[in-house]
Design a protein around this ligand. Structure first.
Ligand code: CAP
Ligand code: MG
Length: 428
């Protein structure tokens, strides 16, 4: 088979095909030539002509649609190993990004057929399950990461937990790079924080939980997850890209047995999602995380400290929480989604985080709706009256937003102080 055999613009994808949408900028050749090379290298071809058997022809990918900048490629299901996220990435997000045939290449979205979808577990709890065990029906769930992100001792960390839980926050969250440092040992932190959690629950009468970062080498990560379950936790948190898809799949299996939900932090994603011309989009990462089965995933804020356009962040919310995603027209330079029926794979709770504070929470809810988790770190601990007051200000803001009122109507001191300090400041 030669490169041109991977182009078939008359092909109609079958119901079992995996479809990938790429943005391609060819290098010194036509779009057709570049697209055929991408289909070849991401399925079963190479630069030299190969003898073709019936099997080789059958599992070859086909470029079946081309626009000015985008192409769609269909991959027969047989090319893939069911239930293996690493193998999917080795194919459709593998060698192709380094091909001399392309100036740049971006994998924008993937459509999965039902057979492939159902070879993965998907979330154990999803949005409804999390709302049920947290006992929060309508308002956004609230999370808070201690700051400094690293640099508190285990007991200081637990004390911050107590302050924010009793201030009205539902979830204490570890930072992505807080794991098991000398000054803040994992086991001690977990033990002390859960003791505080129990105290906060009995004092407030509300359900409280802790997103415990178990990120580590895979076997150690499983050991830490077991510890969380033994102590009565509901969640583990993992930095899904730095532990890798294989590690995450193993953790997902373990969490099924332990009955734990997974909070997914996406640290390092922007290394390959940020360029709109090259790499893998965050939508693909979100799809993959939903398939493997995380229960909550960071998607951005639009108005906070990290990059993410309104369109991109809204698309991520749609991809995570819809049962059926409908395809939209391709828009130049923006992200866009392929059609996807998620079947029995549950929706994932979108987490908006990074530079949030009370004054800009209404903007986030206006963009994403109320079925989200709002995570606030610096915007709580930077409150002039401390973390407890900062937590109260966030809860007061969210109560007003949920009732459809303006923050300026507040009579609460803590919220007033936060609004006077930050107004609608957008951090950078
Ligand atoms: C937020 C955060 C998260 C970012 C990650 C932080 O803290 O805990 O890591 O939100 O980005 O340490 O920066 P602040 P994303 O509330 O203090 O900003 O959510 O986009 O994945
Ligand atoms: Mg962080």
């Amino acid at each position: 088979m030669k490169y041109s055999d991977f182009l078939d613009l008359g092909y109609k994808p079958g119901k079992d095909d995996i479809i990938a949408l790429f943005r391609i900028r060819p290098s010194g050749m036509s779009m057709k030539e570049a697209a055929a090379r991408v289909a070849s290298e991401s399925s079963n071809g190479t630069w030299s002509e190969l003898p073709e058997t019936a099997l080789v022809r059958r599992i070859a990918a086909k470029v079946f649609w081309m626009g000015a900048h985008y192409v769609k490629i269909a991959y027969p299901l047989e090319l893939f190993e069911l239930g293996s996220m690493p193998q999917l990435y080795s194919s459709v997000a593998g060698n192709i990004f380094g091909m001399k045939a392309v100036e740049s290449l971006r994998l924008e979205d993937i459509h999965f057929p039902r057979k492939y979808l159902h070879s993965f577990r998907g979330p154990q709890f999803g949005i409804k399950g999390v709302r049920r065990f947290m006992g929060v029906k309508k308002r956004p769930l609230l999370a808070c990461v201690p700051k400094p992100k690293v640099g508190l001792t285990s007991s200081e960390h637990a004390k911050v937990g107590y302050d924010i839980w009793t201030g009205g926050i539902d979830l204490l969250k570890d930072d992505e790079n807080l794991t098991d440092q000398r000054f803040n040992r994992f086991e001690k932190r977990v033990e002390m924080s859960f003791r505080m959690r129990d105290k906060a629950e009995s004092e407030t009468g509300e359900r409280k939980s802790y997103l415990v970062n178990v990120t580590a080498e895979t076997r150690e990560m499983l050991r830490r997850a077991k510890l969380v379950s033994d102590i009565g936790g509901e969640y583990v948190m993992a930095d899904i890209l730095t532990v890798g898809w294989a590690g995450l799949q193993t953790l997902r299996d373990e969490c099924q047995d332990l009955g734990l939900a997974i909070h997914a932090h996406r640290a390092s994603h922007a290394a390959f999602t940020r360029s709109l011309e090259h790499g893998v989009s965050m939508a693909v990462v979100a799809d993959s995380a939903r398939l493997v089965g995380v229960d909550q995933l960071h998607i951005g804020t639009v108005v906070g400290k990290l990059v993410g356009s309104t369109k991109e962040v809204k698309d991520l919310e749609r991809e995570l929480s819809s049962e059926i995603v409908t395809e939209e027209r391709l828009i130049k330079k923006e992200s866009h989604l392929l059609e996807q029926d998620w079947g029995k794979i549950k929706p994932v709770f979108p987490v908006s985080s990074g530079g949030l504070h009370p004054g800009i929470l209404p903007d986030v809810v206006q963009i994403l709706g109320k079925n989200i988790i709002l995570q606030v770190g610096g915007g709580i601990h930077g409150h002039p009256d401390g973390s407890h007051a900062g937590a109260r200000a966030v809860r007061q803001a969210v109560e007003l937003i949920t009732e459809g009122k303006k923050l300026s109507e507040t009579r609460d001191k803590e919220l007033r102080v936060a609004l006077d300090l930050w107004g609608r400041f957008k951090p950078k």
